[in-house]
Each structure stands twice: as C-alpha cells, then as structure tokens.
Design a protein around this ligand. Sequence first.
Ligand SMILES: [Zn+2]
Length: 321
Amino acid sequence: MRHKTSRRAACFALLALALTAGLSAFAPARSKPIQVVATIPDLADFAKRIGGERVEIKTLSKGTENLHQVHVRPSMLIALSRADLFLEMGLSMEAAWLPELLVRSGNDDIQPGEKGFQNCSEGWKPIEVPDSLSRKEGHLHPEGNPHFNLDPRAGKHLATVVQAALVRVDPAGKEFYDKNLEATLKALEEAEARWAKIGEHWKGRKVCVYHTEFNYLAQRYGMQLAASIEPKPGIPPSPGDIARVVKEMREQEVGVILTAAWSNNRQVADIARKTGAKVVELPNQVSGADWATDWIKFQDGLHARIAEAFGTPVPEESDAK
Ligand SMILES: [Zn+2]
C-alpha cells in the first residue's frame, strides 16, 4: 500500500515537472506579473495583447461610462497604488476625474513624467484642436479630439505605444513583447483591410453626431459631418441648438445620427422624429456593448452597424457582425 502511494506521488511529481517545463516554453519565467492599470478597456485590450502572461491588468472605467466623467471608486486607488505601469488616453480625455486620483494613489512611479506613466496620445496628431478663445470658454476637448480609440487606424499606434511602455518598465520581457506586437500588427493589418472594404462605400455620406466622438471614424472614410448636436463638446444643446440642427439636417438631407449610449438621447430621439433620420446608438469604447469584447471586435461591430444604417454592403467574408 505504502509502495503504491509513493509511486503515485512520484507520478504526480513527474507530471508537475513536465507541466512546468511545458508551460515555461510558452510563458517566460517571471515570479510576479507586471501590474498594469488602464483608464479605458481599449488600452487594457492592447496591454493584454502585448503583455500576455507577463502582466495583470485592471481597468478604471467601465465601457458604458462617459469617458469624460468616470465615477471614481475606492478600488481604483488600490489598483493605482500597486501599479507598475499606468496607461491613459491623454488629450485631456480623463482630465476631469483622473489627476487627483493619481496623486492620491501615493504611487510615485506612475506620476506624469515617471517611468510607469504612459500618455497613449503621445505621437498621435489630433483633429479639431480648438483656438485659444474656445479653450478659455471651458472646451471639453482643449487639446483636440481625444476620442481617437474610435479611429480604425489607431490600433497600430496604440499597440506600438503600449509595447514601448511595457519594455520600459520590464526590459527583460522585450523579446516577448516584440513578438506579441508583431502578431498584433499583423491582425490589425488584416482587420483594417476588411474595414476599408466596408467603409469605401461611405465617402460623402452625411451624418450628424451628438458628441464629436465619431469624427475620426467619419474622417477615415470621407463621411461628411453635417452637424453636431452639442454646440461644443460637453455643452448640452439648448432648444435653439436643436432647432439649428433640425434645420441643417433637413437642408442637407442627413439621414443618420451617430450617438453614444451615455449621450442625452432624448434630444437625439426628438431630432430624429423631426427629421426622419435613423439613430445609430453605438458604444464609444471596448466593453460598451456585449459584442465589443476586444478592440478589433469593437471596430468590426461599429463598421457593421454603420453599414446597416447606410444600407451599404458588408463583404461576405467579413467578421464584422
Ligand atoms: Zn469627448
């Protein structure tokens, strides 16, 4: 009996050894994962793609929240206090709720300018940079449009920036991060090609937006932004603004309104009723809908839904659904 037990124990030991050896071929040995905190699920997705098993990721905002007004929770402070790397979108996207939270975390390594801080808009050329006068009037996008996570071309930029940040805080993982970046860029290239086949039918199509978050996507395919319902980003429309938008939409025969779930969609519905336009309510970040489980699927879904609203084709082989 004793003999049998010890043989079984030896078998388990061997099995454990084989498993460890097998796993180590895939996951480079590292006892403690790099702690990454991302402000939005899009950045967390790129950290996951590039960081793989070497990282543990926490995301501050839920995909369904207004990115400019994320509800601050105590768990965020705990996550930030333990972070090795912090990723923000930048361009003042998180300016209303984040700076104080970062300071209160007491984590010196992730403060702006430190090794563990990454502004992911670094190197990105923003559209719609306001003049100094509108900046003084409390513009919500003071450094230009920060919603570039909605640009189908932004994936490569975000993947590259996140990879460089990971190498900076974890140089031993460089080879691993390089390999994952290469695979990610390849997947993005394929995805961009299938999105281009859908978006090529949208050139000149007129749309109205509530907030200006869909402007990068519209610009990518040469869509025409006929009107913004908010007179300025973050400023709710007055009855006069609504009347102006209805007039512009009727004159220009705009048939589609793109809006996010968190926008004031009672006013959007009112405008749609008066103009007969279709309302396309879309998430503006990963996890903002049950189908937007990662950044590529998020873009696939956006493309499919906008194509449906315009009545333009989606190629058979496309994953966009
Ligand atoms: Zn905004």
